[in-house]
Design a protein around this ligand. Structure first.
Ligand SMILES: [Zn+2]
Length: 309
C-alpha cells in the first residue's frame, strides 16, 4: 500500500488568513462554507513555533502532496525587535511559502496572556471544524524558561481536538459541523529537551531531505532571529542529534497523544511495503517445519524439512 499520494497540483496560492478578518465574514452564517479539508494541521502559540518544532515534517508532507495547514494562536507580538504585527504576519507568510504548506491562519488570542479558557477552546475548535484535518500536531509539554503560552497552547489544542467532534452543540461553533480528528501528535521546540509528555519513545520523522527548507522557513523570521543567528546551528544540531539515534541524517521527534494501532506493520516500523506483496499469497501460506541439530543437545535428529498446508 503506498503511503504517499500523487503530488497535489494545488499547492498555491497560499491561503493565509488573519483570523479576525476571516471570522467577521463567516460568523453570521448558519451553514458556513467549508474549504477543501486539510490532511494535517500544526498548532503553535506564536508564528515561528511550528517552524522550529516540526517545519521539516510539514515541508515533507507538503512535498508528498498532502494538504498541510498551520494555526498560530496569537500574532506573537509585541517582541523586542519586531516592527509590529503586520511585519510579523508577513514573515509568517514567507515562512509558510518556504515550507510549501497551503493554509495558515493567525488567530488574535493575546500573546503573553494566552490561557486555556472556554472561549479560546471554542474558537480553535471552530477552525478545526472548518479545516477538518485528519491529524493535529501541537505542543506536547511545558517549555520552562520560555514563554508559558506554549503550555497553554498544549492545553487549548487538547481541548479543541475534543470539542471539534462534539455533537448537539453546533450553535457554540457558528454551526460548523462536528469533525472527528483521527490522530493527535505532540511536538517539542527543537531547542527543548528530547522528552515529550514523559514519553521517551518517540516517532522520529526523517527530515534529511527537508531540513534545509525548515531552516529557510526559520530564517524568514528576521525580527526574531537576526540578532541570534546561532538559532540555525542549534536547530540543525537538534535535528542531526535526533536523526543520529535512528541512523538518518536529520529527524524530528513526535509522541502520540494516545497510543494508536495500525495494520501497516512495515509502515509503522519505518520500512516500505514490499511491492510484490499480495500478488501471490499462496507461497506464504506454506508452513515449513524442521529440526535444527546443533550437536549440543541430548540427541541429534535428522534435518528433514517438511511442508504442511
Ligand atoms: Zn513561541
Amino acid at each position: 500500500m503506498p503511503t504517499t499520494r500523487p503530488k497535489s497540483t494545488i499547492q498555491w496560492p497560499l491561503q493565509a488568513a488573519n483570523y479576525n478578518r476571516f471570522r467577521s465574514t463567516v460568523q453570521m452564517s448558519k451553514e458556513p462554507e467549508l474549504p477543501p479539508p486539510l490532511d494535517v494541521v500544526a498548532v503553535g502559540a506564536h508564528p515561528d513555533d511550528v517552524e522550529v518544532a516540526c517545519g521539516g515534517t510539514l515541508a515533507k508532507l507538503a512535498g508528498q502532496g498532502y494538504r498541510v495547514g498551520i494555526i498560530d494562536l496569537t500574532d506573537g507580538e509585541p517582541t523586542p525587535f519586531s516592527k509590529g504585527p503586520e511585519s510579523r504576519f508577513l514573515e509568517a507568510t514567507q515562512a509558510a511559502k518556504a515550507l510549501g504548506v497551503c493554509y495558515r491562519i493567525q488567530m488574535d488570542l493575546p500573546n503573553r496572556q494566552l490561557f486555556d479558557c472556554f472561549e479560546a477552546r471554542v474558537e480553535l475548535a471552530k477552525i478545526f471544524r472548518m479545516t477538518r484535518p485528519r491529524v493535529v500536531i501541537g505542543f506536547g509539554d511545558k517549555s520552562p524558561m520560555a514563554s508559558p503560552d506554549h503550555h497553554q497552547a498544549m492545553l487549548l489544542t487538547d481541548a479543541a481536538v475534543f470539542y471539534s467532534r462534539l455533537s448537539k452543540w453546533d450553535e457554540q461553533f457558528d454551526h460548523y459541523p462536528p469533525h472527528v480528528i483521527s490522530r493527535q501528535l505532540y511536538f517539542r521546540l527543537a531547542l527543548e529537551p528530547m522528552n515529550i509528555a514523559g514519553n521517551p519513545y518517540h516517532t522520529l520523522i526523517d527530515i534529511s531531505d527537508t531540513l534545509e527548507r525548515k531552516l529557510a522557513s526559520i530564517r524568514c523570521y528576521g525580527s526574531q532571529f537576526d540578532h541570534k543567528r546561532q538559532i540555525e546551528d542549534r536547530v540543525r544540531a537538534a535535528a542531526v542529534m535526533a536523526g543520529s539515534i535512528a541512523g538518518v541524517a536529520a529527524a524530528e521527534p513526535f509522541a502520540a497523544a494516545r497510543p494508536f494501532a495500525t495494520d501497516d506493520f512495515f509502515g509503522a516500523v519505518g520500512l516500505d511495503v514490499d511491492p510484490t506483496m499480495g500478488t501471490d499469497p499462496s507461497d506464504v501460506r506454506e508452513l515449513t517445519l524442521r529440526h535444527w541439530s546443533t550437536g549440543l543437545g541430548k540427541a541429534t535428529k535428522q534435518h528433514t524439512p517438511t511442508t504442511e498446508r
